[in-house]
Write a protein that binds this ligand. Structure first.
Ligand SMILES: [Cu+2]
Length: 152
């Protein structure tokens, strides 16, 4: 048996027998900057099965990509991800400067204070549609860092 096949067996044994139970909250988009806008959400998987976020779409932009900002040698770069793991019993928090959703070509309605629907698609669970509110990028970043640092 090849190492890849063996690895597949090991991964498949983990969390695929249970059922994921996803909740999406806190959807917020930043005011567009240079033709794109960062979108953040929190996804809780309270089930006992793993899931994956595989796509996100909205009528309010040309498309939405899954991005992660990584810092290497002091330089921040955005990496395009194919999917985001949502392990059983864990919370995945998107935030500016970390894991985030990138709206490409947001339309004219994406302005401060506006709300628009976003649909998240998963490998196993049914799609979930939430309403995102448009906020100032700095407020958005500040809130998420406060939450990460426990308010300090
Ligand atoms: Cu990005």
């Amino acid at each position: 048996m090849s190492i890849l096949a063996l690895l597949g067996l090991v991964l498949a044994a983990c969390g695929t027998s249970g059922v994921p139970a996803l909740t999406v909250s806190g959807a917020q988009a930043a005011v567009p900057l240079a033709g794109s806008s960062q979108l953040v959400v929190q996804i809780d998987n309270d089930g006992d099965g793993d899931d994956r976020l595989v796509a996100v779409d909205t009528d309010a932009a040309i498309g939405i990509e899954l991005h992660e900002t990584r810092i290497e040698d002091g330089i921040a770069t955005m990496v395009d991800l194919d999917e985001v793991a949502l392990p059983a019993g864990e919370t995945v928090r998107f935030r500016p400067g970390g894991l985030h959703l990138m709206m490409i070509g947001p339309d004219d309605e994406v302005v401060l204070g506006a709300r628009f629907p976003v649909t998240l698609r998963f490998e196993r669970s049914d799609p979930i549609t939430v309403t995102a509110e448009v906020r100032d990028l700095l407020d958005l970043a500040e809130d998420s860092f406060d939450a990460d640092a426990g308010g300090s």
